[in-house]
Design a protein around this ligand. Structure first.
Ligand SMILES: [Zn+2]
Length: 290
């Protein structure tokens, strides 16, 4: 569940950090996945437009230099992003699914402090996340939705009608189990994000029967790096509804059995939640005709 190495970086070291000399907790990964960085769907992808490109950046693009951790940055980095219309152009719906921790070894310097996920009983979290993402993608594509499955480093300023970052939790000490969904605390589209949280929470619980674990929602979710285009180039753009799902605990025998033996069940919950969200009237839209 932890998405950044938490080694503190004294302000005095900021200069060194900005020179790119930090890297003591650069992650390693056991990923043996293919070289494909952005994994398009299959049938629906063939007839779909290319991935959404940024014509005019809606927020200044960071320069890609590694930054200190959030706690060592000024309060301006915790302020909400500028409010934005929801990116909701007409035409085919597009959904981004991030397989958390996947392809960490290929992350750019700005994301060098990303942490590996949980590993339990021979399962690495990235692998569980990727399988959930792929099963979810197949279900969405069957419904005519264009899907991008992407790794720990999102495409620069990624845009879609909805984004779900998929993770699995780990907690050896307290025997926790269950799932939770959260949005960014600095969201530019909090109302849309809340609707996506609500729909995904409801559908995932209905499909999986897992208990909710909202009590442990913390900054690893609400300050999720991939939802912060102010700090990172490789982030979801302003205006794009995006949430993070912790799909269950790999450290729980019951949760792990579901996530690893029945990924299609969990994927059904994710896909149902996304489709319920996409069916909503989100009001004025950006990215297309008004
Ligand atoms: Zn994770």
């Amino acid at each position: 569940m932890r998405h950044f190495c938490t080694s503190p970086i004294p302000k005095a070291l900021l200069g060194l950090v900005l020179l790119g000399l930090m890297g003591s907790c650069a992650p390693t990964s056991g990923s043996s996945a293919s070289k494909v960085h952005l994994v398009p769907g299959t049938e629906a992808q063939a007839a779909a437009p290319p991935p959404a490109q940024v014509e005019t950046p809606s927020f200044p693009l960071p320069d890609g230099t590694p930054l200190p951790r959030l706690d060592d940055l000024g309060p301006e980095f915790r302020a909400p992003l500028p409010p934005s219309p929801v990116w909701n152009p007409p035409g085919a719906k597009r959904v981004g699914l991030q397989a958390g921790h996947w392809r960490l070894e290929e992350t750019p310097p700005e994301l060098a402090r990303l942490a590996e996920g949980t590993s339990v009983e021979g399962w690495d979290e990235w692998e569980v996340n990727l399988r959930l993402a792929q099963h979810t993608a197949a279900l969405l594509e069957a419904a005519g939705i264009v899907v991008d499955v992407f790794p720990a480093a999102p495409p620069v300023r990624y845009r879609a009608h909805a984004v779900v970052a998929i993770h699995a939790d780990g907690n050896f000490a307290e025997g926790l189990r269950g799932y939770k969904v959260a949005r960014s605390a600095i969201s530019s589209v909090p109302r849309a994000d809340d609707l996506l949280v609500e729909r995904l929470t409801e559908a995932y619980g209905a499909a999986t029967g897992l208990p909710r674990d909202d009590a442990t929602i913390g900054e690893s979710m609400t300050a999720y790096y991939a939802f912060d285009p102010r700090r990172f180039q490789h982030a979801i753009d302003v205006g794009v509804p995006a949430v993070i799902l912790e799909a269950g605990y790999l450290t729980s025998d019951e949760d792990r059995a579901l996530l690893t033996s029945q990924p299609e069940v969990a994927a059904r919950g994710i896909a149902d939640g996304i489709r319920a969200f996409l069916s909503l009237d989100l009001g004025p839209r950006a990215g297309g005709q008004p």
